[in-house]
Design a protein around this ligand. Sequence first.
Ligand code: IPE
Ligand code: MG
Length: 245
Amino acid sequence: MSRPDLPGHVAIVLDGNGRWAEKRRLSRTLGHQAGLRALRRTAEHGARLGIRTLTVFAFSSENWNRPAREVTRLMELFMSALDKEVKGMHEHGVRVRFIGDPAAFQPELQERMRAAEQLTAGNDRTQLNVAANYGGRWDILQAARQLAGQAQRGELDPADLDEAMFSRHLALGDTPDPDLFIRTGGEQRISNFLLWQSAYTEFYFSPLLWPDFNAAELDRAIASYGQRERRFGLTGAQARDRARA
Ligand code: IPE
Ligand code: MG
C-alpha cells in the first residue's frame, strides 16, 4: 500500500563528512568511512519504513577537483564498499544502481559497479541509486544528446518531444521523481543533483553532518514531509480534491 505521508522516493545529498572528521581531528578519509556507516544505517531504516527508492549523491562530477589524495582515498573506499556491502544488500533484497558517467572511473571500479548492478538486478524490495560522477546538468545534456541523435537519424520528430519522453532519457528515466530531497550538513542548496527530477520535490535541510545522520532524523524528515501540502502548481482546494480522488 502506498501511503501519501510516506515518500516513495527519497533523494539525499550526503554532506558533512569532512567537517565531521575535522571536528574530531581525524582525517577526512575517516569522515567518509563514517559516512558509509551512516548510509548503511539510513538505507536499512528506509527499507524498514517501506521507502521504495533511495537515491544518494555519493560523488559529484565536481568532486574530482578535490585534492588528489582525498579523491584517491574516496575511490579506494568505493572499491572496498563495493566488495563488502553489496552481498549484504543483495541478501536484503536491495537493487543497486549507479547513475552518472562511469567512464572516468578506473576499469576495476567500473567492473565492480556493473557486477553489483547485475547481481542485484532482480531484487525489488528497495532500490538504492548511487550517484557517482553525476551532475544534474550532465544528465540533462546526455538526454538531449541521445534525443538529438534520434532526430538526426530521422527516428524522432522534434515536434513530438515532450516532458515525459525527455524524462525517460534521464538517468532515472524509469523511476518516479523524488518526493523528498534531504540535504545534510547545514547547507541549503541543490549542488547540481537531480535538477530536472526535483521540479516538484519537497526539500528538507538537516543541520546534522552526514556521519551523524540517523533513524530519528530520517523520521523527522519524513514527518516534515507528511505535513506538506503538495500542490504541483494547483490551488490548495484542487490539490486536496486530487489527493482524495
Ligand atoms: C560529503 O562530505 C561526501 C562527499 C562529497 C564525497 P564532504 O566531504 O563534502 O564534507 P564537508 O562538506 O567537507 O564537511
Ligand atoms: Mg561538502
